[in-house]
Design a protein around this ligand. Structure first.
Ligand SMILES: Cc1ncc(COP(=O)(O)O)c(C=O)c1O
Length: 388
């Protein structure tokens, strides 16, 4: 076992972040407790302004969580039954869940084996699938999986050519960049999540929607507040209760102040992992001109590796791991009635059995990274984990 400088290793270490900015966060919480404006208090607008500054986008609308963020966009886009929306199958359920809420049909697309993000070729196949099923393809929800932006040149071109809107589900990718454009600047809308384990996380649930469209921004502000018009007792449309709590905004204001620095630290951790592991396993690929925020550091194991044995061996050494995602959405009980694009999504199915994510947060030390990599390589060589 390693010494106390190395262990314990957390998968996501929020305690280390608290050691850095906990005092500031506690003071910010205390300030909200004192002024008492718990719903849409001044910190919400201040945090929205901070997000605008961070991303360069014209409008940032804070909301209740990353799931509601996508739902608000779909409501603004007037999605209805008979509409088909293309999204990857290799993602968290929320991406497709909201499509079902509105009675529309998700068409599950395959992913690129190197980036884990939606495959433009599979979007094309999915458009044909929609036609065959007499569905009207209206849009794409792309996902910046594990914090890496997807292939936006190709996806935006396909959307333009086919009259589709684009929602970038950047729940895992707030602050990631594609050819100099941060998420939020891309798509009809982009959304994110501030779930505690996300790269920028709060102390509960939170989310946001980004758009450069003034009318859509006004609509979203109404939709997140019961469809309000001139005031909260003037209800001009059906909306939701989807506001971000002032307390969460106050916490996020302190966290966004150190976020650029944390993204840099995450990139250093990822680079250190890759340097040490690339001779032993397929490490994550980051295309040129893309910056990941490393929500996850995900390896692709050789075919036939006993992933459970590997994870158990690492756990024995005090190293937590996770599998995102063991089962793609088109194979889940709740979603298996929805179509897949074209002839299927073989890459999603293959990778679901081979991916494993290592601890990732900005406060991992070199000694911890060394230890994790040494133990990972040893476990890969052990007969129970090695490829059959
Ligand atoms: C890709 C993706 N989309 C949407 C969500 C939903 O975000 P939330 O948990 O804030 O509702 C998540 C959260 O894990 C996610 O990873």
């Amino acid at each position: 076992m390693a010494d106390s400088n190395i262990l314990p290793i957390e998968f996501v270490d929020l305690k280390k972040q608290r050691a850095r900015i906990g005092d500031k966060i506690d003071a910010a919480i205390q300030k909200v407790l004192s002024h008492g404006q718990f719903i849409l208090g001044p910190e919400v607008k201040q945090f929205e302004d901070a997000m605008k500054q961070f991303t360069g986008v014209k409008h940032a609308i804070a909301c209740s969580n990353g799931t509601d963020a996508i739902a608000l966009c779909l409501m603004a886009l007037k999605v209805r039954p008979g509409d088909a929306i293309l999204c990857p199958s290799f993602t968290f359920a929320a991406t497709a869940e909201v499509v079902a809420w509105l009675g529309a049909t998700a068409i599950f697309c395959d992913i690129d084996a190197d980036t884990f993000n939606i495959s433009p070729a599979s979007i094309k196949a999915g458009l044909e699938t929609a036609k065959q099923k007499n569905l009207k393809a209206v849009g794409v929800i792309s996902v910046d999986l594990f914090g890496l932006p997807c292939d936006y040149d190709a996806v935006e071109t396909l959307c333009k050519e086919n009259g589709l809107w684009l929602i970038c589900d950047s729940a895992q990718g707030f602050g990631c960049a594609y050819k100099g454009r941060k998420t939020g600047m891309i798509g009809t809308f982009a959304t994110t999540s501030f779930f505690p384990a996300k790269p920028l996380g709060c102390y509960g649930d939170g989310g946001a929607v980004f758009t450069n469209d003034d009318e859509m921004a006004t609509l979203l502000q109404s939709l997140r507040f019961h469809g309000k018009g001139s005031d909260k007792y003037d209800n001009v449309r059906i909306g939701m209760n989807a506001r971000l709590d002032t307390l969460q905004a106050a916490i996020l204001l302190e966290k966004i102040a150190v976020y650029a620095d944390e993204i840099e630290a995450r990139n250093k951790v990822a680079a250190a992992y890759t340097a040490r592991l690339q001779d032993a396993v397929k490490t994550p690929f980051v295309p040129a001109d893309c910056t990941s925020v490393w929500a996850q550091y995900t390896l692709t194991l050789p075919e036939g590796t006993d992933r459970n044995a590997l994870a158990a061996a690492l756990k024995d050494k005090g190293i937590p791991t996770a599998v995102y995602y063991p089962k793609p959405l088109h194979q889940q009980t709740a979603y298996n009635r929805y179509p897949v694009a074209g002839n299927g999504v073989p890459v999603c199915e293959n990778l679901a059995g081979r991916v494993i994510s290592l601890p990732m947060h900005p406060y991992l030390t070199d000694a911890q990274i060394d230890y994790i990599c040494t133990e990972f390589k040893a476990a890969m060589k052990a007969p129970q984990a090695a490829a059959a």
